[in-house]
Design a protein around this ligand. Structure first.
Ligand SMILES: Nc1ncnc2c1ncn2[C@@H]1O[C@H](COP(=O)(O)OP(=O)(O)O)[C@@H](O)[C@H]1O
Ligand SMILES: [Mg+2]
Length: 316
């Protein structure tokens, strides 16, 4: 009896195995089919999203392209306007300067011919005309320099020259101006000849500007010191005064175009805030440095610059 049961069990088992296998196979196929469908659906979704993004992207690209085009156009327009402005400035400067120079010349002649001193009204008027034309002439010269700087045409003319002699020339000129204002301009001689390779005219312009500022801003009776020396291959120049000084917050700004510190109102009126920016441009073109030191308002100012004596050691 037992053997019959086990016999049957054996046959059931044999029959069940393919059935189990078949069920397993069908379920696998079915789940794989389902997975495939899910993947296909997701793929389809992604493709749709990608297509939508591509449309959006090409729209953005088109927008960018038209913006770039517009920018290029406005850039061209800006360049054109910039050129016109530079031209305009140099024309104005040229055309205004010529008549000014002749007015100045004639006034000086008249002043020499007329009776000196004695509070003559004509003399006073002539003096004022001369001062006004001087100021305008300076403005025109500064504007011309700025226009050259902006158009990239501000070129230095490097030559070897004796710096001591340049100091003599500048000192002689500024000494007269200092005396007129009751100031003591003191020059410290350097014991040796200092030969430099630089633009003589432009370096004298820097010196005249720094000394001109010192004279303009100093109160009557003040002392101004001009000092120069050689140090580690540099020619260093110091101009110190006892004027109103420059506040710390202003010291970085005074070299910007048209910037005037709020330290001395009446002196401020006699200028346009261009001198130091031009001086900085000149010193930079010599691979030099320019700076200001002032302990604070009311405590005087020290303006300094340095340029390499031997530019072959530097790249110019
Ligand atoms: N020696 C100085 N003492 C006090 N302030 C000075 C001196 N030099 C320059 N400054 C300040 O720097 C400003 C810029 O100088 P600058 O560019 O020469 O222009 P400007 O002389 O036409 O005013 C001046 O307006 C002044 O406020
Ligand atoms: Mg000045």
């Amino acid at each position: 009896m037992d053997s019959v049961i086990s016999h049957h069990l054996f046959y059931y088992a044999v029959l069940a195995i393919p059935l189990v296998l078949l069920t397993y196979w069908i379920t696998r196929r079915f789940s794989m089919y389902k997975m495939k469908r899910v993947v296909m659906k997701a793929e389809h979704n992604y493709q749709q999203q990608i297509a939508a993004l591509q449309v959006q992207l090409s729209g953005k690209v088109n927008m960018l392209e038209s913006m770039v085009e517009k920018l290029q156009l406005s850039n061209q327009e800006l360049n054109r306007l910039n050129e016109i402005r530079s031209k305009f400035m140099s024309i104005v400067a040229h055309d205004l300067r010529q008549p000014l120079t002749s007015i100045q010349g004639f006034t000086s002649v008249l002043m020499m011919d007329g009776p000196q001193g004695s509070g003559n009204g004509d003399q006073l008027a002539l003096n004022n005309i001369l001062k006004a034309t001087d100021n305008m002439n300076q403005l025109m010269a500064d504007l011309m320099d700025i226009s050259m700087i902006e158009s990239g045409k501000f070129k230095m003319d490097f030559k070897h020259f004796n710096f001591n002699q340049l100091i003599n020339d500048v000192y002689a000129l500024q000494q007269v101006n200092a005396q007129k204002k009751g100031l003591f301009l003191v020059r410290y001689e350097y014991p040796n000849d200092v030969m430099v390779y630089a633009d003589r005219f432009r370096i004298s312009q820097v010196l005249n500007n720094l000394l001109g500022n010192a004279i303009k801003f100093s109160p009557q009776g003040g002392r101004i010191e001009l000092r120069y020396f050689l140090q580690d291959g540099w020619l260093v120049c110091y101009i110190a005064d006892e004027g109103p000084g420059i506040a710390h917050s202003e010291q970085g700004k005074v070299f910007q175009k048209f910037h005037q510190a709020d330290n001395e109102r009446s002196a401020k009126k006699q200028g346009w805030g261009l001198g130091l920016s031009i001086a900085q441009e000149i010193v930079n073109a010599h691979n030099g440095e320019i700076g200001v030191q002032s302990p604070g308002l009311g405590q005087g100012a020290l303006l300094w610059f340095r340029i390499p004596v031997d530019p072959s050691a530097f790249e110019i």
